[in-house]
Design a protein around this ligand. Structure first.
Ligand SMILES: Cc1cc2nc3c(=O)[nH]c(=O)nc-3n(C[C@H](O)[C@H](O)[C@H](O)COP(=O)(O)OP(=O)(O)OC[C@H]3O[C@@H](n4cnc5c(N)ncnc54)[C@H](O)[C@@H]3O)c2cc1C
Length: 451
């Protein structure tokens, strides 16, 4: 295994670090010995070889939107912001090749220009393409797979400084491992994915009683392309979101309306309520109904603008994928424990859905899944809440999101993923000495080089 880095920073393509790095949620902080910003693939190869020669560990950081220490390193932080171009778009086949550092937002806008779109997205688009892939980023929808399920090929530079291509035909085992690779296999430099013809979505949002939503859940999930809901703790209120494909021209969601809905209500007013909760937690149950404000929303817009929203209110989050048929039980148990333990929870609980998929370390691998996400406003205590929710999720056979807070270890996780040993074999092959290891990966994957 590579020792913690010491001595001079790598000379080629790297610069001495100036400051600490933190993630979006500010719950991870690290001091890399060097920072590299490669622009070309040759630069990436050079950075990796230099770090390897100097026996330094390294890690790519994308947009820093993981809540876990997935991107933390004591060696070389590699940032691919300058390696972020769309390389090839084929409108006929929908195949698109892009450099790994591009953000999902930039990629979406480029696709729109070519009459294409990502088939499904999560709720923000600021992540880097490879960063989002690496932790299994997903959206919602009974038939709407994760980002990794849309990928058909990748290129990565492994610890020996070699550039490798992989796809379902070319080194398929490496491909299956790299689709959700946790940054443990090398530096992903490009991703080829299959986009779909550009489409519009009609977004309908409203407030409904939680009991009613849970009572008709199967119908909601099956009857909409993308269904999700946010339950507001301390209430029986849920904000439901139904996004369905439609051919109507855009309406209702542009300019001023979008600003009022997405910025003023979802961020400014919501942030003000969260600050009140943090200052006077005893008021949380009484303030809770106000969290469900915003009324009805019914707009049509291009898919990539409907899927995502700005997120200016910072929080920490834990999210578990449980078998789909246990969704109602999962939400009910979370509701019960919040009341039983007199927890003060300012943030809504988000519930989403995804189909079973093949990707080896996808949290929805092999089973239709429901995602239960708990959040707490930045600066409010979350540990007890998350610990209790995690107990429930573990009991339900839940798999934690790789990019969100959790306490599971490799020993807990191995039995949840049928392809675990094959994935570990690819890790040992691509990184025999643990160049990409860090504390988080040691915990959730075990020490490098072990099968
Ligand atoms: C506000 C917010 C909203 C979110 N919404 C969703 C959502 O809707 N759905 C969902 O599933 N998740 C969501 N997430 C989680 C987020 O999508 C993931 O944590 C994602 O991994 C973040 O991408 P990133 O570019 O910031 O990567 P980082 O967090 O910087 O890195 C994640 C991992 O990817 C690795 N990595 C990055 N680039 C490369 C590369 N080029 N080669 C190899 N490894 C690489 C890093 O080393 C690290 O291990 C959200 C997070 C936040 C903060």
């Amino acid at each position: 295994m590579f020792p913690p880095a010491e001595g001079e920073p790598p000379s080629k393509g790297a610069e001495p670090p100036a400051e600490a790095w933190t993630n979006w949620a500010a719950n991870q902080r690290w001091f890399p010995q060097a920072v590299a910003r490669p622009v070309t693939v040759e630069d990436v190869v050079s950075v990796v070889r230099t770090a390897s020669d100097q026996q330094r560990r390294a890690k790519v950081v994308g947009s820093g939107h993981s809540f876990t220490g997935a991107a933390v390193t004591d060696g070389v932080t590699i940032h691919l912001g300058g390696h972020s171009r769309v390389l090839d778009v084929d409108p006929e086949s929908g195949l698109v090749k892009a450099q790994a550092g591009i953000t999902l937002g930039r990629l979406s806008r480029a696709l729109a220009g070519a009459g294409l779109a990502l088939a499904n997205m999560g709720d923000v688009d600021v992540q880097s393409l490879a960063g989002a892939l690496s932790t299994g980023t997903h959206g919602t929808g009974a038939a709407a797979g994760s980002l990794a399920s849309q990928v058909v090929g990748m290129e990565l530079v492994t610890a020996d400084g070699e550039l490798r291509s992989c796809s379902s035909d070319d080194d398929p085992e490496l491909f299956e491992a790299a689709r959700v690779g946790l940054g443990a296999l090398g530096v992903v430099t490009s991703v080829t994915l299959r986009a779909v013809p550009a489409f519009s979505l009609r977004a309908q949002e409203t407030i409904e009683p939680l009991d009613q939503v849970l009572g008709r859940l199967d119908g909601h999930v099956a009857g909409n392309d993308h269904f999700e809901f946010f339950w507001v703790p301390h209430t029986n209120l849920a904000r439901t979101k139904r996004n369905n494909r439609c051919d109507d021209p855009p309406r209702g969601g542009g300019g001023a309306r979008r600003f009022v809905d997405r910025v003023l209500l979802e961020n400014v007013a919501f942030g003000a309520l969260c600050r009140l909760d943090r200052r006077w937690p005893q008021l949380t149950p009484r303030l809770a109904p106000a969290m469900a404000t915003g009324g009805r929303r019914d707009v049509v817009d291009r898919s990539y603008r409907i899927f995502v929203s700005p997120r200016r209110v910072h929080f920490v989050e834990m999210e578990y994928a449980v078998p789909r048929h246990r969704a109602v039980e999962a939400v009910t148990r979370v509701r019960d424990l919040i009341e039983r333990e007199h927890l003060r929870v300012a943030f809504p609980v988000e519930v989403r859905f995804a189909p079973a998929e093949d990707v080896w370390l996808s949290t929805s691998q092999g089973r239709d899944s429901a995602y239960i996400a708990v959040h707490q406003y930045w600066g409010m205590p979350y540990e007890r809440y998350f610990e209790l929710v995690e107990e429930v999720m573990v009991d339900l056979g839940g798999r934690p999101h790789w990019g969100k807070v959790h306490t599971r270890t490799a020993g807990d996780l191995a039995s949840l993923y049928p392809h675990w040993a094959r994935w570990q074999h690819q890790r040992a092959r691509a990184d025999p000495h643990g160049m990409w290891a860090n504390g988080y990966l040691d915990r959730v994957l075990g020490p490098p080089g072990t099968l």
